[in-house]
Design a protein. Structure first.
Length: 186
């Protein structure tokens, strides 16, 4: 029975096609793979970054530098998160990020605040030559003037809806859904 609260947006095949195209765009915008570093934002951004890395490595026959960002302490809504936020680790490639083309990878672009937090964190770790923002889904609704450079799919989302990117390691499957968020009870 279909769930009226969920709208299927991208199947596994759709996501894989988008990742393949995004991987080609990353390599094209960097002018090859030299000095390229993929940095996924915890949690689902790291999974999308792994898919992109695999795609680029297979297509270009190279080994890419990669890492991950935990932006928890860089959020501007940390007080809303609670008194004890769960903090993961940021992992940089052994050679660092100075003078590299760093691609920040996230699952969904929305307000721009996650992108801002990732930029702030990167600045604490070094000075990249260039930074690109790559997202699987852009849902619009910017509050800050931060736009993705590379997007898998742009979707229109109504108020009271959210975009869920599903990854096998966390959700048992790969795909994208729009979910209706229930209103809070009075």
């Amino acid at each position: 029975m279909p769930d009226k609260n969920r709208i299927h947006v991208m199947s596994e095949a759709d996501v894989r096609r988008a990742v393949a195209r995004m991987a080609r765009e990353i390599v094209e915008q960097n002018g090859g793979t030299e000095g390229l570093v993929l940095m996924g934002i915890h949690r689902r951004g790291t999974h999308i970054a792994a898919l992109l890395r695999e795609e680029i490595e297979n297509a270009e026959d190279v080994e890419l530098l990669a890492g991950s960002l935990d932006i928890t302490l860089y959020r501007d809504d940390l007080a809303v998160v609670g008194p004890r936020p769960i903090i993961g680790g940021t992992e940089l490639p052994p050679s660092g990020i100075d003078d590299k083309c760093v691609v920040i990878v996230d699952d969904v672009a929305y307000t721009g605040r996650t992108g801002r937090a990732a930029l702030n964190e990167l600045n604490d770790w070094g000075r990249p030559r260039r930074i690109l923002l790559c997202v699987l889904v852009d849902r619009g609704g910017r509050e800050l003037p931060i736009q993705p450079d590379i997007t898998g799919r742009t979707v229109q989302v109504m108020p009271r809806q959210r975009v869920d990117v599903l990854v096998p390691e966390l959700d048992g499957r790969l795909g994208v859904e729009i979910t209706r968020v229930e209103e809070d009870a009075p």
